[in-house]
Design a protein around this ligand. Structure first.
Ligand code: MN
Length: 234
């Protein structure tokens, strides 16, 4: 009896020590708005399931996958830059965590509809107009077969570019064909739109621009231009 008590005590101690060691883990970010705030463009049920279940699952599975590995000590950006060294669980769930962090961040119920001076000029230089950029991004999103993302990125030579990637990959990953820092990410997994738009991905894409906040995108653009990640991507 006494033996069993000591054994239980030791097990409890070991569990607690593990918890302390693993304390610095990835976490689901809080949204800056309510689940219903992006209606009618994105419905509350989709937002709730997408954030509290899908994104939470990426976070939980990422934490599980990196426990006891060298990836545990990397921040999310460094993890993306070293993703080729990790297995599929880290790639899929780490990508899922990074991508959704960006996605929630650029959405807003009071989205600014136009980029400001410097970014606007750069968009016109690269794509002709804001409308052209949207068309190109929607095309990248429409032609991405199955699940994936469409991106606007800042490339290592500080140019703007539209790309897309499969599954939860992203342009910050060292395995990406075209690399860059994403400043817009559009989720085209069916879980992002199916409840409201069913199979009509194009209808969802037409609406998503109503809640993409150019104020946030602009901030990300300027941060990307100054970011040391650009040099690491070269
Ligand atoms: Mn998603």
């Amino acid at each position: 009896m006494k033996n069993l008590f000591i054994k239980s005590l030791i097990i409890l101690l070991v569990m607690n020590t593990n918890n302390i060691l693993n304390a610095q883990k990835h976490e689901l970010p809080k949204l800056k708005y309510d689940y219903k705030a992006l209606e009618p463009h994105i419905d509350a049920m989709t937002m709730e399931i997408h954030h509290s279940r899908h994104h939470q699952a990426y976070v939980d599975n990422l934490n599980k996958a990196i426990t006891g590995t060298e990836f545990e000590k990397m921040n999310l950006e460094m993890l993306m830059l070293n993703i080729s060294k990790a297995g599929n669980a880290v790639r899929n769930n780490g990508g899922g965590h990074y991508n959704h962090n960006l996605f929630w961040d650029i959405l807003s119920p009071s989205a600014k509809k136009m980029p400001g001076d410097k970014l606007k000029t750069e968009i016109e230089k690269s794509f002709g107009s804001l409308e052209n950029l949207k068309t190109e991004m929607n095309q990248a999103a429409m032609t991405r077969f199955g699940s994936g993302w469409a991106w606007l990125i800042v490339t290592p030579d500080k140019k703007l570019k539209v790309v897309s990637s499969p599954n939860q990959d992203n342009p910050l990953m060292d395995i990406a064909e075209v690399k860059g820092i994403p400043i817009i990410g559009i989720d085209v997994w069916e879980h992002a739109y199916y409840l409201k738009y069913q199979n009509k991905r194009g209808d969802y894409l037409a609406q998503i621009w109503e809640v993409i906040d150019w104020k946030v995108v602009e901030k990300k653009y300027h941060e990307a231009l100054e970011s040391e990640l650009l040099y690491k991507l070269k």
